[in-house]
Write a protein that binds this ligand. Structure first.
Ligand code: AMP
Length: 218
């Protein structure tokens, strides 16, 4: 099963896809996580991306498309994959179509996570991420058992540089301008299904399974 998870920053794409990795046994591909690793490793790409990400702007399609192409070609994607944070522009969606066609894959389902802007800002300003394993926590809804420590691996929790209110507002504007048109794009292809994302992860997983069953996706 090849899935795209769409939704504004903070809609819960990472949380849902992390939960689905275990359920479906397919990898999650998060371009945001891939870029953060490049930044952490101080690679030439990371050095370029760092400032763009801190502003909440988008890294160029050319760079991201190449990153994605190389990742999807890897063997673990043969059994399926989940895209979190890609595509973010129509150009990326068109490139994705070419990449999947070349590899003999097709996208089976596009999930659009729907959530209010108010809840997004609350979620993102309270989000804490594990430096070691990338696990997601939230100070107001799903905090770790020990403050500042990851429940999964004991790593240190930190606040992402782009999770401050000014950058969040910018990311939401960028989302409305560049990414929201993808909703229509995939709706026209008959691939889009909306999923209410204002509840917890268990409810989202349940709703996701219902969609997959109803649409007979394998
Ligand atoms: P995310 O972790 O998905 O919220 O992404 C964090 C940041 O990485 C975004 O605000 C962008 O600066 C950058 N980024 C991630 N994915 C993409 C993408 N598909 N296209 C362009 N920039 C991206």
């Amino acid at each position: 099963m090849n899935i795209i998870i769409l939704g504004a920053p903070g809609a819960g794409k990472g949380t849902l896809s992390d939960a689905l990795v275990k359920e479906l046994g397919i990898p999650k591909i998060s371009t945001g996580d891939m870029l953060r690793k490049e930044v952490k490793d101080c690679t030439p790409l990371g050095l370029k991306a760092k400032e763009i990400m801190a502003r909440g702007a988008l890294v160029s399609d050319q760079i991201i498309n190449e990153l994605l192409r190389n990742r999807v070609k890897q063997n673990d994607c043969k059994k399926g994959f989940m895209l979190d944070g890609f595509p973010r522009t129509i150009n990326q969606a068109e490139e994705l179509f070419k990449i999947t066609e070349e590899l003999g894959y097709k996208i089976d389902l596009v999930i659009d996570l729907v959530v209010s802007e108010e809840l997004i800002v609350k979620r993102l300003t309270n989000r804490r991420v594990c430096r070691k394993c990338g696990g997601n926590f939230n100070l107001f809804s799903s905090h770790s058992k020990k403050p500042g420590i990851c429940d999964f691996c004991g790593g240190e929790l930190y606040q992402r540089a782009d999770d401050n209110e000014a950058t969040i507002r910018n990311r939401l504007q960028v989302y409305a301008k560049d990414t929201q048109p993808l909703i229509n794009y995939y709706a026209k292809k008959g691939l889009l299904t909306e999923l209410a994302a204002d509840n917890g992860v268990l409810e989202m997983v349940k709703a996701f399974k219902k969609i997959v069953m109803e649409q007979k996706i394998k």
